[in-house]
Design a protein. Structure first.
Lengths: 410, 84
């Protein structure tokens, strides 16, 4: 088996246009949650969301935008940053030994909704001829291939909130088994549309707005938590075999060592702590690490009543008496729930924590919940003397659980 | 009177091309206007000139080809530029 290393990280999120701004914001406890400033906001029960404020569209020519939904635009920007950091030249092998592994929950939600609105409001309306190629879930994947001329395998993963964690995990496996030398892995999501947001409202998993402090409305592991805030964005990693990275003299940031993927097989939305625990155990086992080795867990931590208790239980199941000693933080309080992109964004934060030897706290944990009894780093950023192994949890509707483990590269 | 000047103006406005790029013999593919973008543009032209293109596959390779198609459709449907 080959060692798999990370050589590039890119992110565009509600907390800023790049990976550095994301890390700075989570360390400072800066929230990207705000009232949307759009005409249809009055049709929502809550105007709160975590939008990307950076002028995304302006980064592409008009002609290029004809084929790019916002979800692809966000994805391409995150990939560009990661490739630049990795200084990866895909022309050297004509892209033949590289792959694309991308996650998204909904694909081009804006495009699809526009086509529906056009069609339902006017019987003679014709949706744009590019509608299909913009909303299909593999649209971003294909556009990344076109942009960077990567010609190996490309696969799109859609497992709701774990989509991009699965994408990173599967890229890790493909490199580990020697099928490819390098991969662009990550995910993007852009679903802040009226129809999608109203559908989420109906599911009753969104946070109740705090009218005095709206930016604190998402409160993972706090007793007064009431759900999550929808967000948008993208994150991308460049993964390579250690051999490939060394041959081209790349700067190796860290190593991916474990990936666990399980299915609850119990309920379409209710999480199952056993399924989550099995994913963590599988990742540890693959990494050849013990429970004593894990220094930080970036929790899925959505801020729903049921979800946070389930994850807490799952961490207890896996780590036993050690569970309360491991710092666990949920950064969704700040960047929102980026659905298909969230696993990649949170893995990027876990990797940033490893590189900076500093972990972000769980923001807005105002009222401790006796049923959530781990160390959630509620005081804010913490510098750790030993920070060599990080775990990132992602659990999706449908019952998919994906856990990634990275360690310091030596 | 040909639709060419209006088409050139629309290519500049809608696709961000320059006036120099949209000469009658300019190849659309070379401008980055692929077959999908061309269909998108034909939809825009139908809306702009209130006409219906034939829907038959026709070889459109250049900016001038678009104008020829539009001119032919307008003549057939009795639409003149002054109607728009």
């Amino acid at each position: 088996m080959k060692k798999v290393v990370v050589t590039g990280i890119g992110a565009i999120t509600p907390l800023g246009p790049d990976f550095t701004s994301l890390m700075n914001a989570v360390y400072q406890g800066q929230s990207g949650v705000k009232a949307l400033n759009i005409p249809w906001v009055n049709q929502l029960h809550s105007p709160l969301a975590a939008p990307v404020l950076f002028p995304v569209e302006d980064q592409f020519t008009k002609l290029r935008r004809l084929m790019l939904d916002r979800v692809a635009q966000l994805g391409l920007l995150a990939v560009k940053e990661a490739i630049n950091q990795a200084q990866l030249n895909t022309a050297l092998d004509e892209g033949l030994t590289g792959g694309i592994f991308w996650g998204t929950g909904m694909g081009g939600a804006h495009t699809l909704e526009q086509a529906y609105m056009d069609s339902f409001s006017n019987p003679n309306a014709r949706p744009r001829p590019t509608t299909i190629v913009m909303f299909m879930t593999n649209s971003t994947t294909g556009q990344i291939g076109i942009e960077h001329k990567i010609k190996g395998p490309s696969t799109t993963y859609s497992s709701a909130c774990s989509s991009s964690a699965v994408a990173i995990g599967e890229a890790f496996e493909a490199i580990r088994h020697g099928k490819i030398n390098y991969a662009i892995a990550g995910g993007s999501e852009a679903l802040l549309t009226l129809g999608v947001m109203k559908a989420w409202e109906s599911l009753q998993t969104l946070a109740r707005p705090d009218h005095e402090r709206p930016e604190t409305s998402c409160r993972p592991f706090s007793k007064d938590r009431s759900g999550f805030i929808l967000g948008e964005g993208a994150a991308s990693l460049i993964l390579e075999s250690e051999e490939h990275a060394k041959q081209r003299g790349a700067n190796i940031l860290c190593e991916i060592v474990g990936y666990g993927n399980t299915t609850d097989a119990s309920h379409i939305t209710q999480p199952d702590a056993n399924g989550q625990a099995r994913a963590m155990s599988l990742a540890l086992s693959q990494a050849g690490l013990s429970i004593d080795d894990v220094d930080y867990i970036n929790a899925h931590g959505t801020g729903t009543q049921v979800g946070d208790i389930s994850e807490t239980k799952a961490i207890h199941y896996v780590f036993g008496e050690k569970a309360k000693q491991i710092p666990v933080s949920a950064t969704k309080a700040l960047h929102g729930h980026l659905m298909g992109a969230t696993g990649a964004v949170e893995m990027a934060i876990a990797l940033g924590s490893l590189l900076n030897r500093q972990i972000p706290g769980t923001a807005h944990l105002f009222n401790p919940d006796p049923d959530c009894d781990l160390d959630y780093v509620s005081e804010g950023t913490r510098v750790l003397d030993k920070l060599d192994v990080v775990m990132s949890n992602s659990f999706g509707f449908g019952g998919n659980n994906a856990v990634l483990i990275a360690q310091r590269y030596r | 009177m040909s639709s060419l000047p209006v088409i050139q103006k629309m290519l500049v406005e809608e696709f961000g091309l320059t006036q120099e790029q949209v000469q009658p013999d300019s190849q659309l593919e070379e401008l980055g206007v692929d077959s999908l973008a061309t269909v998108e543009f034909m939809f825009m032209l139908e809306d702009r000139f209130k006409l219906k293109m034939s829907g038959e596959p026709v070889p459109i390779k250049t900016v001038g080809d678009i104008a020829k198609e539009v001119d032919a459709a307008m003549e057939k449907q009795g639409i003149s530029l002054t109607d728009n």
